[in-house]
Design a protein. Structure first.
Lengths: 342, 342
DNA sequence: AACGCTTCTTGCAACGTTGAAAGACGGTGT
DNA sequence: ACACCGTCTTTCAACGTTGCAAGAAGCGTT
């Protein structure tokens, strides 16, 4: 591989001048530039990015760390993040934590791979607020997805309160009169769930006496079986609701399973709304209405936030709210609005 | 960020000794090691990977380049490749070409981003054999997926001939008596399609007179609409087949659409087999029987092949064959064997 | 002829690490 | 007393690039 020095020798100039030509610096005589350009071409010079990085301190590499890249939600995000980063002149390196708490803790302390990156976008899964509070590392990091609380790191997320409010409003407008939630969390660190709960309660409060609350279901995890159990409880309940909001699509899919088994008509006897718009949501039976975040917007916002943090480490910590929308499929009434799908 | 020199000053030794401690070199006195370890901890030393890379010439970064990371097939591969690379001590950087020929050409010439990586695993889409023949770059590259012909680069793929043979055998064993293919290619560079055609013809030849060939359908691209058109031709044909093999799941999905419209019973009146096992294959109506490559095996094979190429650039070019299997779902007869799904 | 100004070019050092080789130290054998 | 060896430690230079500051050359002004 040819170096600046090789090119310089061939062109009969100093290495510094070659560097000036390569980087389009002013004050290079036309004749010199031509000679250097010819030499560059002759030797097929490619700048050594590593040396450049060592000298300048910029690597041009952003980390993107998620629990599991094969999940469609993360894959779509990764795709958008690669695009956004490329547009800003950065390359993206990916890593997976598989939701392992230790790995996530190490990550926010060190930065991935001992700072081989300029910064990272991180979608935590197991991480809790106290882990972030104890953070000492200055490594530029932007969190996306689940809120982990704390104001030590930049965050990108949707307005969970507003989203839950909208979903609840929609169910009320569709004529449902007893609405329950599946997926409330008692733990203090589960901020996302709390915000969704707030938005939902606000909509229910505004509706006054005409709409009842169902027996909201608390769960420990957001897996299909949890949704299944919770729905089993609700259906047997004396005050059986006619609509539920699940705080995750996985919960909703479990709930739909149970309803299907019991031959409860969806959405006629029970409407179901989820959160996240995972791929399975469009393939469930019936297809699931759900809150979808704009993942392209998440990606560009996160990339921009990270680059801002890298170039300006002292800036105050920010929270970025990206847009969401309620995607109506067949698990809620569709006569009022046509199906919206992308 | 503390450097070796800082640690050395604090511990009262030379930078080289600190380096020896960090890298577990022999011949460091216990007392010295202890002092250095204390200093390392006190300053929270993290080695500068960039400097290390410049010195050693190893970056520890593999590129993984696909047309579109959001497609589930590539996402699953990416996930497995990250795991395999991590196990070997490498990080993975991803990039997307969107099937853009110019971008793919540049990639095989230069390596991604001017050789910021040690090597790359590349799933080409638009690239043709002649592009590879003209390659001058020595950048370590392993190709996966579609075969591009030529023996200038390491390849990882499944035995397409055997796979097509098996799928055809299965249809014959299921009792089908006129079998057609959708997805033949005339272009000389379409080696994958030619191999699949060979495997299919071999199975048909072996079956002798008891099984007829249908009017095999040539297509220009592998998109849903191409499969739709091709099936339209076949159904109207005087010698209408009772089974088709589609050389891509996308073609099969288009074909199923047409059959559904015409109310042709699948698999009773027409069995359909695809290639690739994309996610949509399990959600199609009816779920599609298809040839699935073992993507975890592709990933580990490709990573190992690439690392081998990096460490041993002069080794002869190799082709790696990974295993595949025929996944039987409802688009072919299932009474003989239960459905196989992962 | 001396000066300053602009345009162009260069040398040096540094980024943080490691390879190569030499130096320091104590012990052992002659 | 000296060479020799093994263990431990250091010095020096280099990887390829760019920031800094200074040098050289040409030219117009005084």
């Amino acid at each position: 591989m040819a170096t600046l020095k090789d090119v310089a020798r061939l062109a009969g100039v100093s290495a510094r001048t070659v560097s000036n030509v390569v980087n389009d610096q002013p004050y290079v005589a036309e004749a010199t530039r031509a000679r250097v350009v010819a030499a560059l071409a002759a030797l097929d010079y490619q700048p050594n990015q590593v040396a450049k990085s060592l000298r300048t301190g910029r690597i041009g590499l952003l980390g993107f760390v998620v629990p599991d890249l094969s999940q469609s939600h993360f894959a779509r995000l990764a795709s958008d993040i690669v695009e956004a980063a490329t547009a800003r002149g950065f390359t993206v390196a990916v890593d997976q934590t598989h939701g392992d708490l230790e790995r996530e803790r190490r990550l926010i302390q060190l930065g991935p791979r001992g700072a081989m990156f300029d910064g990272a976008i991180f979608h935590p899964e197991a991480l809790r607020a106290e882990d972030i509070e104890h953070r000492e590392s200055q490594f530029p990091l932007v969190l996306i997805g689940e809120r982990v609380a704390g104001d030590r790191l930049d965050h990108v997320y949707i307005d969970d309160r507003a989203a839950a409010y909208e979903a609840t409003r929609r169910l009320i407008d569709d004529g449902h009169r007893r609405i329950a939630a599946i997926g409330l969390r008692r733990a203090a660190y589960a901020r996302t769930a709390h915000l969704r709960e707030e938005g939902m309660r606000q909509a229910l409060d505004e509706a006054g006496d005409q709409v009842q609350q169902g027996r909201h279901q608390y769960v420990e995890r957001y897996e299909v079986s949890d949704g299944y159990e919770a729905m089993a409880n609700l259906v047997e309940s004396a005050e059986r609701p006619d609509a539920v909001i699940c705080f995750a699509d996985m919960l909703a899919i479990g709930a739909l399973h149970r309803l299907h088994e019991l031959r409860v008509a969806v959405p006629e006897d029970m409407a179901v709304v989820g959160f996240d718009d995972i791929t399975e949501a469009s393939f469930s039976y019936p297809p699931l209405s759900t809150i979808a975040a704009d993942h392209a917007e998440i990606a560009t916002t996160a990339v921009n936030a990270l680059i801002e943090r890298i170039t300006n480490p002292g800036a105050p910590i920010r929270e970025y709210v990206v847009s969401h929308r309620l995607v109506i499929r067949q698990s809620t009434r569709t006569d009022s609005t046509p199906e919206v799908r992308n």
